[in-house]
Design a protein around this ligand. Structure first.
Ligand SMILES: *Cc1c(COP(=O)(O)O)cnc(C)c1O
Length: 381
């Protein structure tokens, strides 16, 4: 089955009791059993809920995986992956990571004796210098947030496998429409479902998708034991959102390209970070592992000043100044003071996250209106 057909149909079957075409919101905490040892697959709603199950089937299908597990947020999903590890284990990850992941790794899990190496993963060979017998996990994010660096998933998997480390990919920025890491050899795909999958800025949720049965059982155990599960109402909203994922992604990509090209030619703009440009350092890998280049991009002002960046963000009218991404509406964000404020300044400057860096999440509006808004806002800085 092709992607668009799966987006519309996978996981959703007419409700057996009424024929309702959409999976109902099973708003219940528990299920009545026939006898103490006999139930219909549902005992208590932390463990399983039919609306959530339907969504999990849909997510597994979209990533070409066998199993999906939903969590109450992307961070809840990430937390479960790190809890697979034991004190003394080591993780290799990128020095250009989602701020919340960096914060969790550094400030929550380091004190439990797990060691994190933050390195430049855009060159997979860098892994060789830190990988060792204690390395249990490689955590990849690609494209990265907010600098749109591309990590070669297959090349990283090859090195990790030789050392028996598992590979997890945060696929939030690409969405399953653009990239399917399990097919490139990864063991776990993580999504902040909050973003493109939900797509309408009305839900916070996370998910993990895997093929391996043992890994699935371990992660499912952690989900049920630690309890960061989403409710049925949110599961329903995401199921509904997914039905148009392919249509939304198509438009995000078209609009993203138009805006990236406009910014690149604008006299007040410094750098534009977007993997679709032929001169992007990892353009060839992006082309190889992604279907298209997406609607996320970042740029700097030629005059790298915090004041000018602030003025620009206050001047836009259609773009909303907000954290998050992947919704139908276009958002503008200032990583240094918003999403990445928890990363120390010296650290963020090292990876190019300068004061005037601005990130855009391009929505599905008409591109002409978005371009006009940027034009008027740039004329004021
Ligand atoms: C938002 C985001 C997360 C965290 O997900 P939440 O749903 O906000 O907990 C992780 N990784 C990336 C790349 C994100 O954009």
């Amino acid at each position: 089955m092709k992607f668009g057909t799966k987006a519309v149909h996978a996981g959703v079957e007419p409700d057996p009791s009424t024929g309702a075409i959409m999976t109902p919101i099973y708003q219940t905490s528990t299920y009545v059993q026939e006898s103490p040892a006999k139930h219909k697959g549902y005992a208590y709603a932390r463990g399983a809920n039919p609306t959530r199950n339907s969504l999990q089937k849909s997510l597994a299908a979209l990533e070409n995986g066998k199993h999906a597990i939903c969590f109450s947020s992307g961070m809840g999903a990430t937390d479960a992956v790190i809890k697979l590890l034991n004190p003394g284990d080591e993780v290799i990850t990128s020095n250009d990571l989602y701020g919340g992941s960096y914060r969790m790794f550094k400030r929550v899990f380091e004190k439990y004796g797990i060691k994190f190496h933050f390195i430049d993963l855009t060159n997979a060979a860098n892994i060789q210098s830190v990988i060792n017998a204690k390395t249990k996990l490689l955590w990849i994010e690609t494209p990265t947030n907010p600098l749109m660096n591309i990590v070669d998933i297959e090349a990283c998997v090859a090195i990790a496998k030789k050392n028996n480390a598992i590979v997890a990919v945060d696929n939030t920025f690409a969405s399953p429409y653009l990239q399917n890491p399990l097919e490139l050899g990864a063991d776990i795909v993580m999504h902040s479902v909050t973003k493109y999958l939900g797509g309408h800025s009305d839900v916070v949720m996370g998910a993990l998708i895997v093929n391996d049965e043992k890994l699935y059982q371990e992660l499912h155990f952690l989900m049920n034991s630690c309890g960061a599960v989403p409710g049925p109402q949110d599961s329903f909203l995401v199921l509904r959102g997914i039905k148009t994922l392919h249509l939304r992604m198509e438009r995000h990509c078209i609009n993203g390209k138009k805006i990236a090209e406009y910014l690149k030619n604008h006299p007040k703009i410094g750098k534009v970070y977007w993997p679709g440009f032929a001169d992007h350092p990892n353009h060839a890998i992006a082309k190889k592992q992604m279907k298209d280049f997406g609607g996320m991009l970042s740029f700097t002002l030629k005059d790298d000043s915090m004041d000018k960046a602030t003025k620009l963000m206050e001047s836009v009218e259609l773009f909303a100044l907000a954290e998050s991404l992947g919704g139908v509406e276009s958002l503008i964000n200032h990583p240094a003071s918003m999403t990445h404020a928890s990363i120390p300044k010296e650290e963020r400057l090292k990876s190019g996250l300068v004061d005037s860096l601005i990130r855009l999440s391009i929505g599905v509006e008409d591109a002409e209106d978005l371009l006009a808004d940027l034009e008027q806002a740039l004329s004021k800085v």
